[in-house]
Design a protein around this ligand. Structure first.
Ligand code: GLU
Length: 302
C-alpha cells in the first residue's frame, strides 16, 4: 500500500498480443496509478480458455516490460484462481443471490419467442428468468445472478463519462456467473479479483462501460467495495468498430516500443514528447499532462 492508497490494474485477456488499442488501456491505467502515487498491478484474464492464444500472455508481459510499465507485484493469472471463484459462487448461492439454470440457448430463444420477443432484432435480450424459482427436475448447466434481489437501477459516476444509470434486471437480466461449459464468467472473475487485489481504481477501455453496472451489482451481492471507474476512448478500426485482432490490429513491436507508446499517448490527448526514445523517460514525462487532462478537470467538476 502506498501513502495514497490507490491500487490500479491492467487486466488483459491473452487472446493476442497488445496492439494500438490495448496499449492505450495499459498506458492509461499505468499513468493514472503513477499520477496518484499509487500501485499498478497486472492480471492475466485467461478464464475463457478457448479464446486464449498460447504464448499471448507471455508476449503481453514482454511488451509491457519493453514499455517500462512494470507491475508492483507478480502478475496474477485467473486460470489459477478457480477456488476463489467457486467460493464466491457458493456465497451467492447460500445468500440466495445466485441460482442454477438448466436452459440451453434454444430454451431461452423459445421462451422469448413465446413472449413475443424477437431474438433476431436484439441478440442480447435479458434471460427470461425461467429457472429463478427452481430447475423442476432439469439438470443444472450454468449458474446465474438473480438481479431481481436488488431491482433499483444501478447509479454510478464514471470519472470521464459522468453519471451513469442502468436497470440491470430489465436491460441485462440474470447474467451468467459460471457457464454451461464449466468456465467462469468474466463478470464474476473480475469482481472477485479486483477485490482480492485491493483495486481501488479501474481504468479501462470504453467498450467495458456497460459491464460496470453488472460488476457493481455483484460487488453489492458479495459485500465487496466498489472501486472508482474511468473508461478511456477506444481506438477504432476503419469500419468504426473497436480495433481488435479480428479487424486487423497488428501487435506492436516490443523491440521498438517508443512509436507505439507515442501513438497511445496521442490517443489519450497527451502532448508528443518530441525527443528521446527511452520508454521510461517518455512515461515519466506524461504523468503531469495526464494529471492535467484526466484527473484535474474531473476533480474540480465534481
Ligand atoms: N480482460 C478484459 C479485456 O481484455 C478487460 C477486463 C477489465 O479491464 O475489467 O477486455
Amino acid at each position: 500500500m502506498t501513502a495514497s492508497g490507490y491500487v490500479g490494474r491492467f487486466a488483459p485477456s491473452p487472446t493476442g498480443a497488445l496492439h494500438a488499442g490495448s496499449l492505450v488501456a495499459a498506458l492509461a491505467s499505468w499513468l493514472d496509478a503513477r499520477a496518484h502515487g499509487g500501485r499498478w498491478l497486472v492480471r492475466i484474464e485467461d478464464v475463457d480458455t478457448p479464446r486464449c492464444v498460447p504464448g499471448a500472455a507471455e508476449r503481453i508481459l514482454a511488451q509491457l516490460e519493453a514499455c517500462a510499465m512494470r507491475p508492483d507485484e507478480a502478475p496474477v493469472w485467473q486460470s489459477t484462481r478457480g477456488d476463489h471463484y467457486q467460493a464466491a459462487l457458493d456465497r451467492l448461492l447460500a445468500s440466495g443471490n445466485a441460482y442454477p439454470c438448466a436452459c440451453s440457448r434454444q430454451d431461452i430463444a423459445r421462451t422469448q419467442a413465446e413472449r413475443g420477443i424477437d431474438r433476431q432484432r436484439n441478440a442480447a435480450l435479458p434471460y427470461p428468468g425461467t429457472c429463478r424459482h427452481g430447475l423442476h427436475g432439469r439438470p443444472a448447466r450454468a449458474w446465474r445472478l438473480d438481479t431481481g434481489r436488488d431491482p433499483s437501477p444501478v447509479r454510478w459516476t464514471d470519472r470521464a463519462a459522468g453519471p451513469q444509470s442502468q436497470a440491470v434486471e430489465q436491460e441485462v437480466g440474470d447474467f451468467v456467473l459460471r457457464r454451461a461449459d464449466g468456465l467462469w464468467a468474466y463478470q464474476l472473475a473480475v469482481v472477485v479479483d479486483d477485490a482480492a487485489q485491493g483495486v481501488t481504481h479501474v481504468v479501462r477501455g470504453l467498450d467495458l462501460l456497460d459491464n460496470t453496472p453488472r460488476q457493481i451489482v455483484l460487488q453489492r451481492a458479495l459485500g465487496l467495495p466498489t472501486p472508482g471507474y474511468l473508461h478511456t476512448p477506444l481506438v477504432l478500426a476503419e469500419g468504426g468498430e473497436k480495433l481488435s485482432k479480428q479487424n486487423g490490429a497488428t501487435p506492436f513491436d516490443e523491440r521498438r516500443p517508443a512509436p507505439a507508446l507515442r501513438e497511445a499517448a496521442a490517443r489519450l490527448g497527451l502532448p508528443d514528447s518530441t525527443s528521446g526514445d527511452d520508454p521510461a523517460a517518455l512515461l515519466a514525462r506524461w504523468i503531469e499532462p495526464w494529471r492535467k487532462a484526466w484527473i484535474a478537470p474531473f476533480t474540480i467538476a465534481r
